[in-house]
Design a protein around this ligand. Structure first.
Ligand SMILES: Nc1ncnc2c1ncn2[C@@H]1O[C@H](COP(=O)(O)OP(=O)(O)O)[C@@H](O)[C@H]1O
Ligand SMILES: [Mg+2]
Length: 224
């Protein structure tokens, strides 16, 4: 497995835009770089849906074959289970599944592997940080009291696990006017960009170039 950099996108709160923003950044960066996406949200996989993937991740004796959107290599439980099936697993089974997705996938050469993290702070986080060296963690949050309160838990966990926080992306889905960034200033977490409500993200337009995504992509590329 020759992966140059691994970037995880996460927040303890669900519904803040982790999956959509991960996919948008992958689309933009894939114009110049080799990108893979590991959809680590085993209970609620979304990358297969965002990329309209109808092929399954083929499992052969050599391992798991990623599905492709253009040159982006995507592995998601959503491409392994049937569309309407749900993974109903306890912690050890969940960790086992994540380990398999990480270690058995034929990623080939990648400049960046993006990990779309699930909500929460549980087993998947522990497994990912044990199995992989995550170079950067990017926090994604809506500017909202509950989301930030959950994010505090993510930050505490990342500090405990010694994972480097690269910065945060504010996803202002509801176009709130007064954004309180006190939490990020106090914790010295860099602001990477702010999205507003965007119908192209809402309906996930695969041909869309978001200017915010381009801006954040440049920041990612500049950090070598
Ligand atoms: N900036 C945005 N503008 C409009 N809709 C958005 C935006 N960001 C996310 N969404 C929508 O919000 C919902 C949650 O986004 P999602 O990427 O699934 O979040 P998460 O992965 O954190 O659960 C989805 O329905 C998505 O289409
Ligand atoms: Mg998600």
């Amino acid at each position: 497995m020759a992966i140059k950099k691994i970037i995880a996108f996460g927040s303890a709160k669900g519904g803040v835009g982790k999956s959509s923003i991960t996919a948008s950044l992958a689309l933009t960066l894939s114009k110049d770089k080799k990108i893979g996406i590991l959809d680590a949200d085993v209970y609620g996989p979304n990358q297969n849906i965002l990329f309209n993937l109808d092929t399954k991740n083929e499992i052969t004796s050599k391992g798991i074959k990623p599905a492709l959107h253009n040159d982006i290599k995507i592995v998601s439980m959503g491409n392994i289970l049937n569309y309407e099936d749900a993974a109903v697993w306890r912690g050890p089974m969940l960790s086992g599944a994540i380990k398999k997705l990480i270690n058995d996938t034929q990623w080939g050469e990648l400049d960046y592997l993006f990990i779309d993290m699930p909500p929460g702070t549980g087993d998947v986080y522990l497994t990912i940080f044990k199995e992989l060296v995550v170079d950067k963690f990017i926090l994604i949050t809506t500017p909202n009291k509950l989301a930030i309160s959950d994010l505090q838990k993510t930050v505490t966990m990342l500090k405990k696990l010694d994972v480097k926080i690269f910065g945060y992306i504010c996803n202002n889905i509801f176009n709130v006017e007064d954004i309180d960034n006190k939490f990020f200033v106090t914790n010295k977490i860099n602001h990477l960009g702010t999205y507003e409500f965007d119908t192209n993200l809402h309906d996930f337009n695969l041909d869309y170039n978001s200017s915010i995504t381009e801006q954040i992509s440049k920041v990612i590329l500049s950090d070598v």
